[in-house]
Design a protein around this ligand. Sequence first.
Ligand SMILES: NC(=O)c1ccc[n+]([C@@H]2O[C@H](COP(=O)([O-])OP(=O)(O)OC[C@H]3O[C@@H](n4cnc5c(N)ncnc54)[C@H](OP(=O)(O)O)[C@@H]3O)[C@@H](O)[C@H]2O)c1
Length: 252
Amino acid sequence: MTSKTPASSTPNVLITGASRGLGRALAHELAAAQAKVLVVARNREALKTVVDSINRSGGWAQAIVADLADPKAPLAIAHQAQAALGHIDVVVHNASALGPTPLQLLLDTEADTLRALTQVNLISPFELSKRLAPSMALRGRGLLVQVSSDAAVEAYPSWGAYSVTKAAADHLTRIWATELGQRGVRAISFDPGEMDTQMHADAIPDADTSTLARPEEVARRLAHLILHPASVANGARVTATSVVLPNKKEVA
Ligand SMILES: NC(=O)c1ccc[n+]([C@@H]2O[C@H](COP(=O)([O-])OP(=O)(O)OC[C@H]3O[C@@H](n4cnc5c(N)ncnc54)[C@H](OP(=O)(O)O)[C@@H]3O)[C@@H](O)[C@H]2O)c1
């Protein structure tokens, strides 16, 4: 992945799960690069803190409070996004549900758990893309980003329900890429690797956090891909560690 590709003009970006963790760090990173960011999550207060902080620093951010577990959420989010910005250039499907913790073996997993995770991690992102991608295709420009996980690829015991929704979301991304690529809309998956966030603490409470990446560090890599979409092949699954960041001199 080269860092020499020129940045596209600063995009309007919608990021789900931006009240904390990777989504919040990405919102800050993109806003600092002049992107307008819409931040989506359930926690109104936490979103307000993110928005206030970005706007105070001279960026542009607005919150959309929504619960992706609600099947009506994608339509409501799309309407609010269009009202706020007119069009969206980039959607980052970052919000994710993990399911009950301690994580369960498949034999202990209720079908309702799998259904609930599927709504948040797959169906709502699918529907949100379905609502926002047509205007991208009409304008001949857009990017759908799915935040993935190594659990989408590796078969880890007790990560079953979460893993299959992430694997399905990766494949959905590849199909979006195939169907919309000719119309200028790209789709990629991004595997952030293990990060020191709430989700990681919920999943593996006794992890040594000194071994985990900071979400801010990972967000810089994802922001680079978003701002240089041509640096990655349409439909690719990119790991955070494979993204080469330009050094400061090159950026200046
Ligand atoms: N941390 C890791 O080690 C790791 C590893 C691999 C992949 N990932 C992936 O990275 C992404 C970001 O995770 P993270 O580690 O940054 O997690 P995090 O800190 O727990 O953040 C998750 C975000 O998703 C939002 N969210 C959760 N359920 C939601 C719902 N039903 N509706 C709307 N928003 C919802 C949360 O906000 P509210 O609670 O305010 O709604 C929060 O902003 C996820 O896709 C995750 O699968 C993480």
